[in-house]
Write a protein that binds this ligand. Structure first.
Ligand code: PMP
Ligand code: GLN
Length: 471
């Protein structure tokens, strides 16, 4: 078995090492670990397909855009600006910490740790967020460490939303919010951010994507259990202003609703914008659960470690969900992230702090991408935060034979055609809208710019060549 793994894995690794177009996931996909056909059919007997259909609470959900587009990247081997992850090394002190922990003298760091969060990590998170939200946060009762921000969202929604509850979701939205609310029995109520873009402009700002205050207010009522906020925002890059957050806070207070604040890109904010934690607004600590991600904070998305913090009265519900599904997250990863935080806590105000140096590095990449997208004739939305950029590609529609792809939505056809023919991959933003509102995302594509400069220049070259061609 191990010999088979070695043989199968080797060529994939070799391919990756000299070809930057190949997504790291290809190494995994080259190894086929499915049981052999004869084994499964022999054991199965007659099984009633109806009896084993997907449970009702999951029915109607489709393959997520990530599943589909990671598979597409494996097949087309594009320059991948789709899924959000850096294609260069994370800070060495974080990866070194993980290797030290795994091989160090304290062998117990390779064993289970406290279920709601490793003591050293919750202590570091408590020190950090107590400063940032300007109130003491109890490391034992007000923080839960989770398997990525995904699990923090899942435990929050499962722990607080039930049948009949309405949850306000701002569109576009990180795609898992909707199925998570539905699976919990809740009803999503969508309110779109609308671009107030004038025609003929070469670029626009994520600040121009705004909520209509009346539309937002009318989404709240007695049944509203929560609103999901995401700032800095994926995919638009919007950093919500104090005025916008105050509007949301006032509605939460008026309708006695919870605010689930997804702040995974909290450190990735470009001047003069500032990240404001809604939990710091008057009356909001008591009704806010804030979510973070080590993947985004330390550029280690594959570590899949996240957290949620908020008042103990709300956190107990999340802990209950967590204790019987994940129970405890990997100890070495928690220990390494704790050491990373301890280092950064000692230099939060210095330019060397990774939470300051990373956005400074990304701002230049953002501007590089905005320029090459505008040069080719797209209309980029310059993000105030995060590491994604959406761009309106419709001025180029005549250059893309959209009928070559079968998908219903134009942005899916555009991105698939680009991936197959230009070997450049983006994400279709209609994936971030509910079924009825997908046309709002169709003219856009989302690209990720936390990539090596050489790869961003390569993307510019691909687009420039395409522009000059008569395709
Ligand atoms: N929320 C948003 C807005 C995201 O972009 C992501 C990206 N993965 C997540 C949550 C999930 O983060 P994690 O990888 O830590 O689960
Ligand atoms: N948050 C990342 C993105 O938006 C990754 C999402 C995922 O892989 N599920 O690209």
């Amino acid at each position: 078995m191990f010999e088979m793994l070695r043989v199968l894995t080797k060529p994939a690794i070799r391919r990756r090492s000299h070809n930057f177009f190949v997504n790291s996931a290809s190494v995994i996909a080259s190894v086929d670990l499915r049981p052999s056909r004869s084994f499964s059919s022999h054991q199965g007997g007659n099984m009633d397909p109806k009896k084993f259909a997907l449970p009702a609470r999951y029915q109607g959900q489709e393959k997520s855009v990530w599943v589909e587009y990671i598979q597409l990247a494996l097949e087309t081997k594009p320059l991948n600006l789709g899924q959000g992850f850096p294609d260069y090394a994370p800070p060495a002190y974080v990866t070194q910490a993980l290797s030290d922990v795994a091989t160090g003298d304290n062998v117990l760091l390779n064993q289970y740790t406290r279920g709601f969060g490793h003591p050293r990590l919750v202590a570091a998170l408590s020190r950090l967020y107590s400063q940032l939200v300007r109130r003491p946060i109890d490391s034992q009762t007000e923080i839960l460490v989770t398997s990525g921000a995904y699990e923090a969202l899942f435990s929050t929604i499962q722990g607080h939303v039930g049948p009949g509850d309405e949850v306000v979701i701002i569109e576009p939205y990180f795609d898992c919010y909707e199925p998570m609310v539905l699976t919990a029995g809740g009803k999503p109520i969508f309110v779109p951010l609308r671009p107030k873009t004038e025609s003929g402009v070469k670029s626009t700002s994520s600040a121009d994507w705004v909520l209509d205050p009346d539309e937002l207010s009318s989404a709240f009522n007695d049944r509203t259990k929560a609103i999901i906020l995401n700032t800095p925002h994926n995919p638009v890059g919007k950093v919500f202003s104090k005025k916008e957050l105050t509007l949301i806070a006032d509605l939460c207070l008026r309708w006695d609703a919870l605010c689930i604040s997804d702040e995974v890109y909290e450190w990735l904010v470009y001047p003069p914008n500032e990240h404001i934690r809604i939990a710091t607004l008057p009356g909001m600590w008591e009704r806010t659960i804030t979510i973070g991600s080590a993947g985004k904070t330390f550029s280690v998305t594959g570590w899949k470690l996240g957290w949620a913090y908020g008042p103990a009265s709300l956190m107990t519900n999340l802990q209950l969900v967590h204790q019987n599904c994940v129970y405890t997250c990997p100890t070495p990863i928690q220990e390494a992230v704790a050491r990373g935080f301890e280092l950064e806590l000692g230099r939060l105000d210095s330019p060397e702090c990774f939470f300051k140096s990373l956005p400074a590095e990304l701002e230049a990449k953002r501007d590089l991408m905005a320029n090459f997208l505008a040069d080719v004739g797209m209309v980029p939305t310059i993000p105030q935060g995060g590491y994604f950029m959406i761009a309106d590609w419709s001025p180029l529609a005549s250059k893309v034979p959209l009928n070559q792809e079968k998908d219903k939505w134009k942005d899916y056809r555009f991105t698939k055609w680009m991936s197959r023919n230009l070997k450049l991959q983006g994400i279709p933003p209609s994936a971030f809208y509910c079924a009825d509102h997908k046309p709002l995302g169709e003219d856009f594509v989302r690209y990720c710019f936390i990539k090596k400069d050489e790869n961003l220049h390569e993307a510019a070259k691909i687009l420039k060549k395409w522009k000059g061609s008569s395709l």
